[in-house]
Design a protein around this ligand. Structure first.
Ligand code: FMN
Length: 204
């Protein structure tokens, strides 16, 4: 698969096979992440690889994170926001399906937690987030090119950043994303994507 094909075919995967992902495969994805461009070549990203047995131990934190987020937004509004997303539904209910995804991470055999140093300088913090995002995109595209699915997740971090960073022994860091990785049980269709021609202005 060439780069463009990987970009155009990648989907957020929310249901995974239980087949393990080899350490070599995880390292390959992390090497791709680590090659991302960064402001001043700062490379602020750090990664924690979390295997399934550890993911099982944080299920209740992840489920609580969903419930607290849904309550903060309001269930009706949350349902409206996700109605066009191909999230797996339970009994036709996408809220139930998404709650289950947060809790189980789609049964992914492994997940990557991406974090950066906290930085009091808003500009450096802005750059760090962009750097880490570039690394995440490299990671998920490299995974996809090898048949490994992923879902870039920030939702669990909104309510539980402190609890999760304490749990993983990095209390003073900023968590950027949690990314379950696994062989897809199901590749969902693309949610609607706008037309780039409507979003682009050319000057000259
Ligand atoms: C910054 C960011 C945060 C995201 N957080 C979540 C999340 O918490 N839960 C989730 O199910 N998907 C999450 N996603 C995945 C998006 O829902 C998904 O990328 C979007 O619906 C487009 O679908 P696609 O990735 O298949 O193109 C996130 C994606 C990004 C880039």
């Amino acid at each position: 698969m060439d780069t463009y094909e990987a970009i155009m075919t990648r989907r957020s995967v929310r249901r995974f096979k239980s087949d393990p992902i080899s350490d070599e495969q995880v390292w390959k994805c992390l090497e791709a992440a680590n090659m991302a461009p960064t402001a001043s070549n700062n490379q602020p990203w750090r990664f924690i690889v979390i295997r399934r047995e550890q993911l099982d131990k944080i299920q209740s934190i992840l489920e609580d994170s969903f419930n607290e987020r849904a309550e903060a937004i309001g269930y009706a509004e949350y349902s409206r926001r996700i109605q066009e997303l191909p999230v797996p539904a339970i009994d036709g209910d996408k809220i139930k399906g998404l709650r289950n995804f947060y809790k189980s991470l789609g049964k992914a055999p492994v997940a990557i937690l991406v974090y950066v140093e906290q930085n009091p300088d808003p500009w450096r913090s802005f750059l760090n987030t962009q750097d880490a995002s570039a690394a995440i995109e490299n990671l998920i595209l490299a995974a996809w090119a090898d048949g490994v699915g992923s879902c870039w997740m920030c939702g669990p971090l909104v309510q539980k950043n402190q609890i999760l960073s304490d749990y993983f022994g990095i209390p003073d860091k900023t968590l950027i994303a949690l990314i379950p990785l696994g062989y897809p049980e199901e590749v969902p269709p693309s949610p609607p994507k706008g037309n780039v021609r409507d979003r682009t202005t050319w000057f000259g």
